[in-house]
Design a protein around this ligand. Structure first.
Ligand code: FE
Ligand code: MN
Length: 332
């Protein structure tokens, strides 16, 4: 059997990166490097003034910001741990591993971002870092991802055989498509709406940088999933596709619940209804990207999100249609 992206066996040497088999992995690596940033580059003075000024932010705005800091602060570590401890060892191809190392570094930068936000705004770390235990809508998302990715964490798990390859792809969908591709996006749209209104601009700009990184993580994850399916077509049965679609739809329900909790009443330019429509819209983009059928058929209520992701050099894979992606700059 020829060396594939998993189960290369004796024919894949993880130390021999050239010549390269999966050029897309290299392209994502270079995009990650081109997006390089660190949180300290973003000034926080305006945010500190607004955050501390009595009545500077409405109660609903404060709640929305806290819920998003609470979710992201621990979710970034959860994703980093998944990558390094579980996914990395099963992907033996060297250029794919090079990308995963880059992504792991970016997750460290994201973790650092929330340390920086807590420090500059003077937030109580016990409050922020306990929200994933104390806030049910956050806890449910994290528990869902932990549950969806438990196969890869089993030390005796291998990707040998059809059923195990299916379990692996199942977990990759949980990690890359649901966690990174859906669970971050209600938060992105909320925080970037604030940025557009010139409120909490430092935090907003950091979320914008994270969004750009995450859109590449998601693109890598989708290419990884699609490659495994291509190389192991026997796994792609109607029952397996239905299982993955059902899981993604469960993720969408949890994200909508989170959106209602973080934004119970709506603030200027942002209502729970439009945020939930956005979640459904992006879920369809994710489904299509890994060869599954759309389920929601909703227009994008926030077309400016795609523009933000595309600026200045980042090309987004998901807010645009699959057909455009295929004829775009990345048609290697
Ligand atoms: Fe991240
Ligand atoms: Mn990520």
């Amino acid at each position: 059997m020829a060396a594939g992206i998993i189960n290369g066996g004796g024919s894949t040497d993880p130390n021999k990166i050239l010549p390269m088999k999966y050029k897309w992995a290299r392209v994502h690596y270079k995009k990650g490097v081109a997006n390089n940033w660190v949180p300290e580059e973003v000034p926080m003075q305006q945010d500190v003034e607004l955050w501390k000024k009595p009545g500077g932010l409405s109660e609903d705005e404060r709640r929305m910001i806290l819920w998003n800091l609470g979710f992201f602060s621990t979710a970034e570590s959860l994703t980093a741990n998944n990558l390094v401890l579980a996914i990395y060892r099963h992907i033996t191809n060297p250029e794919a591993r090079q990308y995963i190392l880059r992504q792991s570094y970016e997750e460290a930068v994201h973790t650092d971002t929330f340390i920086y936000c807590c420090d500059t705004l003077g937030l109580n770390p016990d409050e922020i870092y306990k929200m994933y235990e104390n806030i049910p809508s956050i806890k449910e998302k994290d528990e869902f991802v932990v549950d969806m990715t438990k196969n890869v964490f089993d030390p005796s798990f291998t990707t040998e055989g059809t059923e195990n390859i299916q379990r692996f792809v199942h977990d990759l969908v949980g990690y890359y498509v649901i966690m990174e591709g859906i669970f971050f996006y209600a938060g992105f749209v909320m925080m970037l709406s604030m940025l557009r209104k010139n409120r909490m601009v430092g935090v907003g700009e950091q979320f914008q940088f994270i969004l750009r990184d995450e859109s590449v993580h998601l693109a890598f994850g989708a290419d990884l999933i699609n490659t495994i399916v291509q190389e192991n077509p026997e796994i792609w049965t109607p029952a397996f596709k239905k299982e993955l679609t059902d899981n993604i739809m469960k993720g969408v329900e949890l994200e909508k619940k989170y959106a209602d909790d973080a934004l119970p009443r709506g603030i200027v330019g942002l209502t729970p209804t439009t945020v939930k429509q956005y979640v459904e819209h992006i879920a369809d983009r994710r489904l299509e990207r890994i060869g599954l059928e759309r389920q929601y058929h909703k227009d994008n209520p926030f077309p400016w999100m795609s523009e933000i992701i595309d600026m200045p050099k980042e090309k987004n894979f998901f807010e645009t249609r699959v057909t455009e992606y295929k004829t775009g700059e990345l048609d290697w």
